[in-house]
Ligand binder design. Structure first.
Ligand code: GAL
Length: 804
């Protein structure tokens, strides 16, 4: 019993940290995020252990200094970088070690530092890493003091701008761990689990491992034990490793519980390293047993069941938190996506935070894990192309070795819209095919269980990245017409839409009158150049290279050979405010806005991608008397929908053919607009939009009123301006101030606007089309956090949040 309890403790700890991190007395993985000092700007000798950092700012990681800045029209990061500045910064941390651990190996693991980081321990330079999205480790052991304090210094240089087409953030923006092991140990990312044979009846789990073992007279053995989700030992195997090489053993299990997007069942593999009878190391790895296939005609299937990949592309920023990783913030994004019916994510265009993959394993998402946005030819002046030649092998290998145990990862993408696609044949830039082959061989050398793809913006068979034949799938970005001719142009090949749509919407803003439903021409023109820098929330505009949400989904839905798609994008992101530039500073492409509020089209996907009963009408019901308003309605699980205005029926509508919504054009009169959906003549669901009166109240609603007192957990509070009856005022832009007392702090505010220039790190925010968001973070202290919101002319509002 005791063992079971211990096991559960180990497993639950593991589920809170990243997979393949181990626990127990043999190996310690300690979070190393707290108690750093930070200085923005360069300074002489800050790597020296005797440097005085007493005046530097104290902070805890993860940290993104760019998000703390003001939007700057002249920022060298430009529109792509969201007009937030990069720069150069230093971090230092002083720490002591317990002499009882002397003799152990000590490593520092950085999950990601943006970018060009150099790390020193006690004045000794450990190394330089240019790529801002890669995880890396240094061995501190030879340079450590056991009898006096140690100083780690990190210089982060994001001053050369622009180096990215989107907002990157700056600093040690992901988690850091200090890892203690015995001298005899498993190598870093040295456990590799695959499931070469899987059926409903039986599965083979293959464990390959790499060890670092000093020559010894004692026999070395590895024990691999597989536990089910209840902590019950299911099967085990032993192996005798040969020094430092990849060794393998297999575990057979009957009637495996398979991992899927709807039932993301995980086993835990505990790998133990023994020298003689003594256990020297132990690593736990989450294992999902599943098989999948891409079929030329039938598309994707998981565990033998055909399904579409219903995916979104997302960048890594977390809205007002910037790129500073927070597991709860990522989890909230995934919850919102799951609720929409989304089952897949493309980590565009770089390796993600490890937390994203852990959450995807646990929550049931498929992942297209992407490596690069460019190879040798640059997209922005100072981007990674400068480092590609020297670093791609190491970076790509590290990505694959880190991520290959995640059951969620089903595709490796080695590049997005790589400019080498368009290099002139025979020119010095014409290296696409050669690089493609090399990258594929690096990936296959480390993992041959997943298909490789590139996201191509050139769909022609002459594209060297395609014609070289190195990839397993053909990935197409946009070019919807080419999806239709794919089977003819590429007989025998498998298609995945690596990027689609790029439709534009601002939450809460609607172009009137009914001309807004006309499909805009495929070039930038009047509908985009609205003076207010907003894009209508009707699904009627897309980038010239893209297509509207509805037309895109209709094509993907109708053709089984299209294995699925990744929509650009799930969430709005900072930067790339196409089609605008200043004052716009964040994207319009999201199905969900930057604050995490769904736009209307979210419900189109929900009606198509889930079994939930959906009935959603828009826009709001505050217009000028007599103005013609188009009412759109997304619905499912019903035969028809009837619309009523102030109790009077405006008629029933139902979708015909491949339609995805119904519509009424209605002259506005104040009151209540009501929709009722019917199935076999019986009412299924009812929704209303009411004309709002003047602003009268603030309402506060937390996504969670109870959070963990762990200095990291978050409560996302939606703030609405409502009239006296509680109807949100859909045009309200009131300025709201926030104060917090108790063991919590405000870590960000946002409203989903693409043009608001107030800072994200503030205690105030304007409502944008009726609402905004304030994000509260716990401290280590349990207690009640009281949030108060005030706005001129409205009564103050309080909300308690419990931190335990
Ligand atoms: C694509 C590109 C994305 C994003 C998008 C905007 O071509 O891959 O990163 O820029 O366009 O529509």
């Amino acid at each position: 019993m005791k063992n079971v309890v211990q096991f559960f403790f180990v497993v639950s700890c593991l589920f809170m940290s990243v997979s393949c991190r181990s626990t127990g007395h043999v190996r310690q993985v300690n979070n190393f995020d707290e108690g750093w000092r930070f200085h923005l700007g360069d300074t002489l000798n800050a790597q020296s252990p005797t440097f005085n950092d007493g005046m530097w700012r104290k902070l805890d990681l993860p940290h993104d200094w760019s998000i703390e800045g003001r939007f700057d029209r002249n920022s060298p990061a430009g529109a792509g970088g969201g007009y937030l500045n990069g720069g150069l910064g230093w971090y230092r941390k002083t720490f002591t070690l317990s002499p009882s651990q002397k003799g152990e190996k000590v490593f520092i693991d950085f999950d990601g530092v943006y970018r060009n980081s150099t790390v020193w321990i006690n004045g000794h330079e450990l190394g330089f890493r240019p790529y801002g999205y890669i995880s890396f480790r240094y061995d501190l052991t030879p340079y450590l003091h056991w009898d006096k304090p140690n100083v780690i210094a990190v210089k982060v240089d994001n001053s050369q701008q622009p180096n990215s087409r989107w907002y990157s953030g700056s600093g040690i923006y992901r988690n850091v761990h200090l890892v203690f092991t015995h001298q005899d140990r498993f190598a870093h990312w040295g456990i590799y689990v695959t499931t070469p044979e899987v059926s409903q009846a039986k599965a083979t789990v293959k464990v390959q491992f790499q060890t670092k073992v000093e020559p010894t007279k004692e026999p070395v053995t590895i024990q691999a034990q597989l536990y089910d989700a209840h902590g019950k030992l299911v099967a085990s195997a032993k192996a005798i490793p040969v020094k430092d090489t990849l060794n393998a053993t297999t575990i057979e299990i009957n009637t495996p519980h398979l991992w899927s997007t709807t039932d993301p069942y995980l086993y835990t593999l505990v790998s133990s390293l023994y020298v003689g009878n003594k256990i020297e190391d132990q690593v736990s790895t989450s294992v999902g047993i599943r098989y999948f296939n891409f079929d030329v005609n039938k598309g994707f299937s998981l565990n033998g069941k055909p399904m579409k990949i219903l995916g979104v592309c997302d960048h890594h920023d977390l809205g007002c938190l910037g790129s500073a990783v927070n597991k709860r913030a990522i989890e909230r994004q995934l919850e919102i996506l799951k609720n929409m019916g989304c089952n897949a994510i493309r980590t565009s265009h770089n390796p993600p935070a490890p937390e994203l993959l852990d959450l995807a394993d646990h929550m049931g998402f498929l992942i297209m894990d992407e490596a690069f946005d460019m190879w040798m030819i640059h997209k922005t002046k100072y981007d990674y192309s400068r480092y590609f030649a020297q670093w791609h092998k190491e970076d790509l290998s590290d990505q694959i070795r880190r991520d290959r145990n995640h059951p969620s990862v089903i595709i490796w993408s080695v590049g997005n819209e790589i400019p080498e696609q368009a290099a002139k044949k025979g020119s010095p830039e014409d290296r696409g095919a050669a690089i493609m082959k090399e990258l594929c061989s690096i990936v296959r050398g480390l993992d041959d269980t997943r298909p490789i793809v590139t996201a191509n913006s050139n769909p022609e068979p002459t594209n060297p990245l395609i014609s070289c034949g190195a990839t397993d799938l053909i990935g197409m970005n946009y070019h919807i017409e080419d999806w239709l001719t794919f089977p003819k142009v590429y007989p025998g090949k498998k298609l995945i839409i690596t990027e689609s749509t790029s439709a534009l919407e601002t939450r809460g803003w609607y172009r009137m009158p009914s001309d807004s439903i006309i499909r805009v021409p495929k070039e930038w023109n009047i509908p985009y150049s609205t003076p207010n820098h907003l894009c209508s929330a009707y699904d009627n505009t897309s980038a010239p290279w893209g297509s509207t949400h509805e037309e895109t989904w209709k094509v993907v839905k109708a053709h089984p050979y299209i294995s699925g798609m990744f929509i650009w994008t799930g969430f709005d992101y900072i930067g790339e405010p196409t089609p605008y530039t200043w004052p716009s500073r964040s994207s319009y492409f999201g199905i969900i806005d930057l604050a995490g509020f769904p736009k209307d089209v979210y419900y189109m996907y929900q009606s198509e991608w889930t079994h939930k009963t959906v009935l959603h009408i828009f826009p709001h019901w505050n217009w000028k008397p007599g103005q013609m308003v188009d009412i759109w309605c997304y619905y499912n699980n019903a035969d028809e929908v009837e619309l009523f205005l102030n109790g009077k029926s405006l008629g029933k509508r139902h979708k015909t053919g491949d339609e995805l919504h119904v519509m009424w054009s209605v002259p506005f009169e104040p009151g209540v607009l009501k929709a009722v959906s019917y199935k076999n003549g019986k009412a299924v669901k009812m929704v209303e939009e009411r004309t709002a009166g003047p602003a009268d109240h603030i309402t506060l609603a937390a996504d969670r009123n109870l959070i963990h007192a762990d200095n990291s957990d978050l409560s996302f509070v939606t703030v609405k301006i409502t009239d006296k009856n509680g109807t949100m005022v859909p045009t309200a832009d009131n300025l709201v101030h926030f104060t917090v007392t108790g063991p919590g702090k405000i870590v960000g505010v946002d409203n989903g606007s693409e043009i608001d220039h107030d800072p994200f790190k503030a205690n105030y925010c304007h409502a944008f089309f009726g609402k905004c968001l304030v994000v509260i973070q716990s401290t280590h202290k349990p207690g009640v956090i009281h949030l108060t919101a005030t706005s001129e002319g409205l009564p103050a509002r309080n909300l308690p949040i419990f931190s335990k």
